[in-house]
Design a protein around this ligand. Sequence first.
Ligand SMILES: Cc1cc2nc3c(=O)[nH]c(=O)nc-3n(C[C@H](O)[C@H](O)[C@H](O)COP(=O)(O)OP(=O)(O)OC[C@H]3O[C@@H](n4cnc5c(N)ncnc54)[C@H](O)[C@@H]3O)c2cc1C
Length: 403
Amino acid sequence: MALATPYTEKTDEQKAISEMVRQFADEQIIPQAEHYDHEDSFPEPIVEQMKELGLFGVTIPEEYGGMGLDLTTYAMIVEELSRGWISISGIVNTHFIGSYLLMKFGTDAQKQKYLPRMATGEIRAAFSLSEPELGSDVAAIKTAARKVDDEHYEINGTKMWVTNGLLSGLVFVLVRTDPAADPRHRGLTCFIAEKEPGVAENTGDYQGFKIPPKIKKLGYKGVESTELVFDGYSCPAENILGGEPAGLNKGFAQMMDALELGRVNVAARGVGIAQRALELALRYAQQRRTFGKPIAEHQAIQFKLADMATQVEAARLLTLRAARLKDAGERSDIEAGMAKLFASEAGRFCVEESLRIHGGYGYSKEYEIERLYRDAPLLLIGEGTSEIQRMVIGRKLLQRHRL
Ligand SMILES: Cc1cc2nc3c(=O)[nH]c(=O)nc-3n(C[C@H](O)[C@H](O)[C@H](O)COP(=O)(O)OP(=O)(O)OC[C@H]3O[C@@H](n4cnc5c(N)ncnc54)[C@H](O)[C@@H]3O)c2cc1C
């Protein structure tokens, strides 16, 4: 009897790309992550090499200078980058969501204008939903855009937790354009807000766009998370995603579509960090001796390794399944939610088990697992918390199986 193709099976191209990124992570990311994590500084030399490898244009079509690869291959790349350091994948991830939004909803002019420079990494993208008073409840967005003349909107308000907030040149920002909309989510629009990368107080065309100092965090260092302050920022109407007639008040659905993809993305990051935690545990357990033998020979430690390896494998299967469904144009909302929920929790679980296996040394900054332990919780929060994933999965399950 023929076996179904396993989800983990890779094409020759996927194998070659995964191996290339794994080697890049082993040689360029892992040896340097501790330095950039400790300094909380942006890993510019690593990012420059990523540009050369074409990693900012993985999913952008070849006609715009990208590689034109699918979500499944992208998820494999993200797993490898995150195995190295999740901050590195964070620099690519919001960019990937921005390019997806443009590819799916952008006008031809918007695609022509931005995608070629995004494919090379010359400009990088951030995406911004959250605000100081809201994260899960996206429909409550208060930052507002008001039409001031035929061709311009003025944006006012504060955004929160924007990954790549300072160094990006484009922000896909969801704001309120219809204060009276009922339901609330029908009054939101996605603007492509341009700014000067690396400039805290923009001037000239980008006046009124300020980026306060980066937020100090537990982990996920190196990549900046910032607020964005819009104070009379003028944005051309043509920068509404999809153009004004098609895109006005359609931003919520566009962003939710992108978040489905984003969930596969975060799931792949969970697999990567869990995989690395397992590798570190396997190595340490065979080196450290107690009671006259390597700790790996104690059954209690073997059980931990077994549970970790099982979680990694299951997380990878769920992630690739959700990616393959999306690539095939099939419905994947439940699957993407499950993958994100399971893989991010697997990341947290495996990192903690690995830390326990490292004993006291796991608590020391000399061991890589200490960084992973601080990095992993982010995955439980970004692109919808575990509670929100359960809500989405539960609601969609009932929709699919309504009596
Ligand atoms: C490092 C970092 C980077 C980020 N990057 C970005 C980014 O680039 N762009 C962006 O837009 N956002 C970003 N975020 C924000 C992130 O998406 C939000 O933090 C997340 O969605 C949760 O929102 P919140 O923090 O406002 O928590 P809240 O929504 O206030 O939730 C607080 C708690 O209540 C729970 N909860 C909320 N509602 C319910 C409910 N109905 N039922 C049960 N439990 C509920 C939540 O699960 C959570 O445990 C980032 C966050 C971090 C920490």
